[in-house]
Design a protein around this ligand. Structure first.
Ligand code: RAM
Length: 356
């Protein structure tokens, strides 16, 4: 297979050195911060009303990703319902270093809550802890930050179910036999890496012994790079049978490349995409089926969680409940995680029923 595990270890080591160095600069503010995250020492008051005028900021992986735009706009609309002032700020590339300067600015702007889709679980940790030490609530959504750097994580669906089901879908599409590759987002993205971990585990099952994962490629959630990476995969493995792209940017680029190439009809593309971006590729047969949750509900749920935290209704501890507007009551699970719900599988039979 690939050199990924080694590279990942090297990156993790480098990051922990960085985090330690960073810790030195934040020492003064971190004394009452050690319990930040799900285990916040404050007491929850489930009957506290949602505060009016809460200042809430969404910091997505990157701003020019149609998926993130849908999520954040729905979160901003949710904030209007509870009388908050919400905005979206963020980088145009999905990098953690660019997210850090946005976090620092949001701290200066005295936000009540920061919502972040982390480009790296550790690299944003120091600044997020700083935010929490300034009584700013931190919600990770879509892509988690390390547990001690946020109060809750709003997960789109069970990470395990997403990962395992992606293998089942590609296996169905290629008849359980042949080489497959994964076209991911960025190498440090928490969500994709978690899903890929479960995909690899699923591949160990006897029913998938006919599948061979030959490569995990990274398109960085950049359309052009994802397109080129797909091209590169086919150059390196001309007998590839399937590509799983667990990113809306990646799957759209992979499908576009395959659908316009001699591999159309020979290489199946699947993964996670938006129905509007994938419709033509489902109709032309390049993508048999793919999955996604409702991105609007993800942003809306995250927005209400931020308001509940900032109003003292919840602290992020397991078992606490809050009301998420039209989505109803939600309960915080283990490790401060709230799961939106199971994803939908889209194919020719239902794709025209969806418009996002
Ligand atoms: C991309 C991003 C996002 C992911 C979706 C499925 O838009 O990588 O984080 O959740 O794909």
């Amino acid at each position: 297979m690939t050199m990924r595990p080694l590279a990942a270890v090297a990156i993790a080591a480098a990051l922990s050195i960085g985090a330690a160095a960073c810790g030195g600069t934040t020492k003064n503010s971190s004394s009452n911060d050690s319990k930040a995250g799900a285990a916040s020492s404050a007491k929850a008051d489930p009957n506290a009303p949602l505060k009016k005028g809460l200042k809430v900021a969404f910091l997505p992986k990157q701003v020019n990703n149609p998926y993130e735009t849908i999520v954040d706009n729905a979160g901003i609309a949710g904030a209007k319902e509870y009388g908050g002032e919400a905005k979206e700020v963020g980088p145009s590339d999905a990098s953690a270093s660019s997210q850090i300067s946005y976090i620092n600015t949001l701290i200066q702007q005295r936000m009540d809550a920061i919502l972040i889709a982390a480009n790296d679980p550790n690299a944003v940790c120091g600044p997020l802890k700083q935010a929490m030490s300034h009584k700013i609530k931190v919600v990770s959504y879509d892509s988690d930050a390390s547990k001690d750097c946020r109060n809750v994580f709003i997960n789109q669906a069970s990470s395990e179910e997403i990962g395992r089901s992606e293998i089942k879908v590609i296996s169905d599409l290629i008849g359980g036999k042949g080489k497959i590759a994964i076209l991911s987002a960025t190498a440090n993205a928490t969500n994709q890496n978690t899903w890929i971990g479960f995909m690899k585990d699923e591949l160990k099952k006897p029913e998938y012994s006919g599948l061979q994962l030959v490569k995990v490629a990274y398109g960085d959630d950049d359309d052009q790079k994802s397109f080129q990476q797909t091209q590169g995969l086919l150059q390196a493995y001309p007998d590839l049978k399937g590509i799983i792209a667990p990113t809306t940017v990646g799957i759209a680029a992979a499908a576009r490349y395959i659908s316009g190439s001699k591999y159309k009809g020979k290489v199946a593309v699947s993964g996670l995409g938006t129905p509007n971006q994938m419709r033509k590729f489902v109709k032309d047969g390049t993508v048999g089926k793919f999955e996604l949750w409702d991105p609007k509900n993800l942003g809306y749920l995250a927005s209400y969680a931020a308001a509940a935290l900032a109003s003292g209704q919840i602290t992020g501890a397991e078992g606490e409940k809050f009301k998420a507007g039209k989505l109803g009551e939600r309960t915080i699970g283990k490790d401060g995680e709230v799961i939106l719900g199971p994803p939908t599988v889209f194919d020719k039979s239902n794709i025209d029923n969806y418009n996002f």
